[in-house]
Design a protein around this ligand. Structure first.
Ligand SMILES: CC(C)(COP(=O)(O)OP(=O)(O)OC[C@H]1O[C@@H](n2cnc3c(N)ncnc32)[C@H](O)[C@@H]1OP(=O)(O)O)[C@@H](O)C(=O)NCCC(=O)NCCS
Length: 148
């Protein structure tokens, strides 16, 4: 088995907006999202601009071998919520694990992830990253990683 390429994580920047839009509108991502509608570019660009300045949000971009391979989003509420989207071209190569584990290293407290029942790849990924199934709410399976 070949090793997954080295992933470097950095904060998102304005120049990442269209990559993040393309990954968000990918049909598999949409099928696995809470809100499944295609996002319009203008709506996305306005959201992305404000998200970069929002202290309650952290958007992280992963790069491997000079290529953008995916993103991790951290929503800093009472408990931190994490979501991840690997570029469609880069899925199935363990890059999701590399992205997620590096992002989690930046979070001290408990972290939750809400995952659709049918999203087995994501559930595997989060379990491998130390999350445990907690409960089903609003049709989503909630996984939690306790505080360190
Ligand atoms: C879910 C996602 C983040 C996983 O990232 P990835 O880099 O493709 O995943 P990996 O290659 O690390 O595989 C994760 C695990 O799922 C398994 N897996 C992959 N496809 C699977 C499938 N269809 N059914 C069951 N398991 C599957 C892999 O074997 C691996 O398990 P292992 O570590 O025990 O071998 C990525 O596929 C993605 O971005 N999907 C679309 C968006 C999404 O669903 N985001 C998560 C929302 S909660």
């Amino acid at each position: 088995m070949s090793a997954a390429p080295q992933v470097r994580l950095r904060k998102a920047a304005p120049g990442d907006a269209l990559d993040v839009l393309a990954w968000r509108n990918d049909p598999v991502t949409r099928a696995m999202s809470r809100v499944q509608d295609e996002v319009e570019p203008a709506t996305h660009l306005a959201w992305f601009r404000s998200a970069l300045d929002d202290p309650a949000l952290t958007l992280l971009i992963g790069e491997a071998e000079g290529e953008k391979v995916g993103m991790v989003r951290l929503d800093h509420g009472a408990v931190t919520e994490v979501s991840i989207n690997v570029s469609p071209a880069c899925r199935g190569r363990s890059l999701g694990y590399a992205l997620l584990s590096q992002a989690l290293a930046q979070v001290g407290g408990a972290v939750v992830a809400d995952i659709r029942t049918e999203n087995l790849a994501s559930q595997r990924l989060f379990e491998r990253a130390g999350f445990r199934f907690l409960e089903t709410r609003d049709g989503l399976r909630r996984f939690v990683r306790a505080a360190d």
